[in-house]
Design a protein around this ligand. Structure first.
Ligand SMILES: NC(=O)c1ccc[n+]([C@@H]2O[C@H](COP(=O)([O-])OP(=O)(O)OC[C@H]3O[C@@H](n4cnc5c(N)ncnc54)[C@H](OP(=O)(O)O)[C@@H]3O)[C@@H](O)[C@H]2O)c1
Length: 247
């Protein structure tokens, strides 16, 4: 039976798409600390282009990938030939009811759902060769209606079901597919809420633990799902939300 040593990813190759920031970055750093070689992507030209945040990218192999550019995922030539863990953390949201505009709706779906499928399909052969793990990052927004964000909610609901479907389709290839659905975590995506004391206080009232999640607390569950500790977990999306969606 695997013990805590199952957290050791020494010798493993990990790719975190959307690893330049927030939850993806905490996940990348978690794998790095656990001994893996970690590749990340972001939308800027280089790691240095993240300015003061570039310190967060130390030790991680950075590539630029903007999934909204047509054909970008297919055209991307990564700097590795083997892959053990693929984490798909790229995500976009639009506020002020912009997601009710058709072009914005499609763009958010492209980032949050279609590009996840593109990446999964691209790396399926490498994951099959290694008997690897794929972990998606959806959201509790995929489990309940969010009246201002139809694209975000629909894309994340779709992602939870895509996770189940790929899990069933690829289990016989030796690939385990699972996901994490975070609640409210302070990142640049949620700054519109977390930087506003009144708005934040209102949101915290709905969280039984009474606080925001930390990116590292999401990363921990990603590492668990990618590890041998989760060897018999297939197609699940684990909610990590401080109890927010329980009632
Ligand atoms: N924070 C939360 O409360 C929360 C809750 C539930 C789910 N999530 C999910 O967690 C994931 C990570 O989000 P986060 O909160 O960590 O936000 P974040 O800090 O804004 O990170 C988003 C990541 O996605 C990348 N990205 C955005 N647009 C992209 C594009 N067009 N092509 C390729 N990559 C793109 C960003 O790259 P650049 O920074 O380089 O542009 C960044 O690495 C997302 O899927 C999000 O939906 C977050």
């Amino acid at each position: 039976m695997p013990s805590i040593a199952a957290w050791d990813f020494t010798g493993k190759q990990v790719l975190v798409v959307g690893g330049s920031s927030g939850i993806g970055n905490a996940t990348a750093r978690g794998f790095l600390a656990a001994g893996a070689t970690v590749h990340i992507t972001g939308t800027r030209a280089s790691a240095q282009a993240y300015g003061t945040d570039a310190a967060q990218l130390g030790g991680l192999a950075y590539s630029r990938l903007d999934v909204t550019e047509p054909g970008a995922v297919a055209a991307w030539t990564p700097a590795f030939e083997a892959l053990d863990v693929l984490v798909l953390s790229q995500g976009a949201v639009e506020y002020r009811r912009k997601e009710f505009e058709p072009d914005t709706f499609r763009r958010v779906l492209d980032v949050n759902l279609s590009s996840v499928m593109d990446c999964a399909v691209k790396f399926r052969p490498l994951l099959a060769a290694s008997g690897g793990a794929l972990v998606t990052i959806s959201s509790v927004g995929g489990r309940r209606a969010t009246k201002g964000n139809p694209a975000y909610a629909a894309s994340k609901a779709g992602l939870i079901h895509l996770t189940r479907t790929l899990a069933v389709a690829w289990a016989s290839d030796g690939i385990r597919v699972n996901g994490v659905a975070p609640g409210l975590v302070a990142t640049k995506m949620t700054a519109a809420t977390t930087d506003q004391p009144d708005r934040l206080a209102k949101r915290l009232e709905g969280i039984p633990l009474g606080r925001l999640g930390q990116p590292q607390e999401i990363a921990n569950i990603v590492l668990f799902l990618a590890s041998p500790l989760a060897a018999y977990v297939v197609g699940e999306t684990i909610v990590v939300d401080g109890g927010r969606t329980l009632s």
